[in-house]
Design a binder for this molecule. Structure first.
Ligand code: DGL
Length: 288
């Protein structure tokens, strides 16, 4: 029943008596991962979730690969200590720059957003635009993933450095945000794209703004929908789906809990209780 999962060898590491009941860990630099959390609530309502936002160190999109790798290792170490059964990197930047490396280092199954997003994009279009953080765009992760699936499509990527700070500051409906978005979309509209991928988990929060600037025939791809579908599949393959009622979602951040709680209420519809985590004491045991 578990035979085709790439994570099969990791099953032995679950010491929990009832591993199905363990939470899924998800992380992002900030509120972007809430777009993945919303999909988890929709598609996997029985799962308990631990959410981590690395708010003290955002935005990730202008960081180096070495920094992203270090942050990702620290977060995964902490999530493993919380005994999660699976991790979703609800962050494209980490998925682009750190996923392959950390998969070799950690025993917990880890899913990234890029491959599910790329698979969904090639099903929809032939002229594909990707908006992403500068680090994700520069990595060419989407371009490579899309062209590997279908070399006959065309891909254009645009790095959008201003989006994450604007979203984290809750300035989505500010006219300035729309002006910035117009500038980022311009080169993609010149190429007459038929599909646009949200190459950053923060960006689905901008959908109304982007939609107002895009021709109606351009289809939007939100990789969050597809990574959660992939997660459901993996849970089934590993026999890890929770059939019991879930525990309340646990939220943790590296920065100010109140600030996250205030932004979170907007996207979650309730005020989340948020704890603060400091990484200074966490040993990166996998590396030693
Ligand atoms: N939401 C993340 C992503 O998908 C990180 C954005 C950032 O912190 O720059 O890339």
């Amino acid at each position: 029943m578990y035979s085709s999962s790439i994570f099969e060898e990791n099953l032995d590491d679950f010491s929990n008596q009832e591993p199905q009941r363990a939470p899924i860990g998800i992380f992002d630099s900030g509120v972007g991962g809430l777009t993945v959390l919303r999909q988890l609530y929709r598609q996997l309502p029985n799962e308990s979730i631990v959410y981590f936002g690395d708010t003290a160190r955002l935005p990730y999109g202008i960081r180096s690969q070495a920094e992203i790798l270090q942050f990702t290792r620290e977060i995964l170490t902490w999530l493993q200590q919380q005994q999660v059964k699976m991790v979703i990197m609800a962050c494209n930047t980490s998925s682009a720059l750190a996923l392959e490396t950390v998969r070799q280092e950690f025993t917990v199954p880890i899913l990234g957003v890029i491959l599910p997003g790329a698979r969904a994009a090639v099903q929809l279009g032939k002229r594909i635009g990707v908006i992403a953080t500068p680090a994700t765009a520069k990595s060419n992760a989407y371009k490579h993933a899309i062209l590997e699936i279908n070399p006959n499509v065309q891909v254009w990527q645009v790095g959008c450095p201003e989006f994450v700070p604007l979203i984290e500051q809750n300035r989505i409906h500010d006219p300035y945000t729309s002006e910035v978005a117009r500038g980022y979309l311009e080169p993609l509209l010149e190429q007459e794209i038929d599909t646009l991928v949200h190459g950053c988990t923060h960006y689905p929060l901008l959908t109304p703004v982007l939609r107002s600037l895009l021709p109606s025939q351009v289809q939007l791809v939100d990789p969050a929908v597809h990574v959660v579908a992939a997660c459901a599949q993996e849970l089934d393959l590993l026999g890890l789906r929770n059939m019991h009622p879930p525990l309340p979602t646990r939220f943790a951040v590296s920065g100010c809990p109140q600030q996250f709680s205030q932004s979170g209420v907007h996207w979650l519809g309730h005020t989340p209780l948020v704890e603060q985590v400091s990484f200074t004491d966490i040993a990166i045991s996998q590396l030693h």
